[in-house]
Design a protein around this ligand. Structure first.
Ligand SMILES: [Zn+2]
Ligand SMILES: [Zn+2]
Length: 410
């Protein structure tokens, strides 16, 4: 290899004043033909300098000698994690960069790779070669932060996003975990979690996902909610979940019966966070109590009044009105003091309020149509029969095609 006269002259001047290892020498003279170390070795030979042995390198103090070991230690740190892509970052002592910068300023050296970049690149190369995984600059399964001087590697796995469904076959279990009643943020009785230990669907699913994925925390996004006295039947209610810092990314997931009558099915890992707005429709079976007896003909009026009917509801939380569709209401099992209503409607409509009317805040309501006060039964207000995400509604109804209602509004 021949070098330009100017390069040789500079290399000679540098080596006369500073001790540099081959990598740190070669890195100061950018070129495509050789890697930094090979270029450093050639330059040293060309200017007739003996190799650097025990003397410490001015820039790296021999750190570059252990690059391969640093890479191997990083590989060891990944052993507990499932991943197919990784990102690498390096923290180096500012002294190293400052020495390099000072040298470059003194000898007017331009365009060379930085020491930090070389360490990162070499360590990433070792990891890719040893694990067969791919370095990624965008989406990655794990991020490695390497401190070459301390020899430590910090592994941060990216969240896994999950979709699944649950059914619930026991009444009296709330959907969300409730707050600890003894404290605001943590106390001995709640193991400093701030959350009540009473059973919930969130607790069951969260515990299951944590065990499967070995993560630090699970955040569940609900596609609607039900009363704690409701059942969720059929194929269940969909949910999305984010598992933070998972050790596993592709565990084997099967339908699983959890405690308290909760069952999860169809759990699958999504390519990323869900991006669509989760619009959905649901079918419920509501148990309705009447204050005064009413005739069967009057109850049958419901069907005509709620066929593809727009309902206006006031949200006290959001302090505004919104509109939802009720596609059908069918009254069955009609008794003098109550009946069962099968309701098919948009998600986000509060079923208890749709029945009671909540002093006119929901209109029309079952109470309004029947012109008598109706309420859902306290101990079994309504059960969820099916929940269909809007993006799959057309597909579902194509398969089902069982009622004129679904055909009409497909
Ligand atoms: Zn060096
Ligand atoms: Zn507490």
């Amino acid at each position: 290899m021949t070098f330009e006269a100017n390069t040789l002259k500079k290399a000679k001047r540098i080596l006369a004043k500073y001790k540099l290892c081959d990598r740190c020498l070669g890195r100061q003279f950018p070129g495509k033909v050789m890697n930094n170390r090979a270029r450093g070795t050639s330059l040293r030979k060309a200017v007739d300098q003996i190799p650097l042995n025990s003397d410490s390198c001015f820039i790296c103090s021999h750190l570059m000698r252990s690059l391969f070991d640093i890479g191997r230690r990083a590989v060891d740190a990944t052993h507990n994690y499932q991943f197919s892509t990784f990102a690498v970052g390096t923290t180096i002592s500012p002294r190293l960069s400052e020495s390099e910068d000072a040298l470059r300023a003194e000898f007017k050296l331009r365009g060379g790779e930085t020491i930090k970049s070389e360490i990162t690149r070499e360590v990433a190369r070792t990891i890719a070669r040893e694990t067969g995984r791919q370095r990624s600059f965008g989406n990655h399964d794990i991020a490695l932060l390497i401190d070459p001087l301390l020899g430590s590697t910090q592994v941060t796995p990216s969240s896994v996003f999950i979709q699944g469904r649950y059914t619930k076959r026991i009444r009296g279990i709330s959907q969300k975990r409730s707050k600890c009643t003894d404290c605001g943020s943590g106390c001995p009785s709640c193991d400093y979690t701030g959350l009540s230990k009473s059973p919930s669907i969130e607790g069951e699913i969260g515990g299951y996902l944590l065990a499967k994925f070995g993560g630090s925390r699970v955040i569940i996004s609900w596609i609607g909610g039900e009363d704690h006295q409701s059942l969720v039947l059929g194929i269940g209610r969909p949910f999305f979940a984010e598992v933070q810092k998972p050790m596993k990314r592709w565990p084997i997931m099967r339908a699983k019966n959890l405690k308290n009558g909760v069952r999860v099915t169809g759990v699958k890992v999504l390519p990323g966070p869900p991006t669509f707005s989760p619009k959905f429709r649901l079918r419920v079976r509501a148990t309705i109590d009447l204050v005064e007896p009413i005739s069967k003909n009057v109850v049958d009026r419901l069907e005509a009044s709620f066929t593809h009917k727009e309902v206006t509801a006031y949200s006290p939380n959001k302090r505004r009105y919104f509109r939802k569709m009720v596609y059908s209401v069918k009254a069955v099992n009609i008794k003098e003091h109550g009946f069962t209503a099968r309701i098919y409607c948009d998600g986000g409509l509060n079923i208890k309020r749709l029945v009671s009317g909540e002093r006119g805040e929901v209109s029309p309501s079952v109470s309004e149509v029947l012109q008598t006060q109706c309420t859902t039964r306290k101990e079994r207000p309504f059960d969820v029969l099916s929940v269909a995400l809007e993006r799959s509604v057309s597909r579902v109804t194509q398969i089902a095609q069982e009622t004129p209602i679904t055909r009409r509004y497909r």
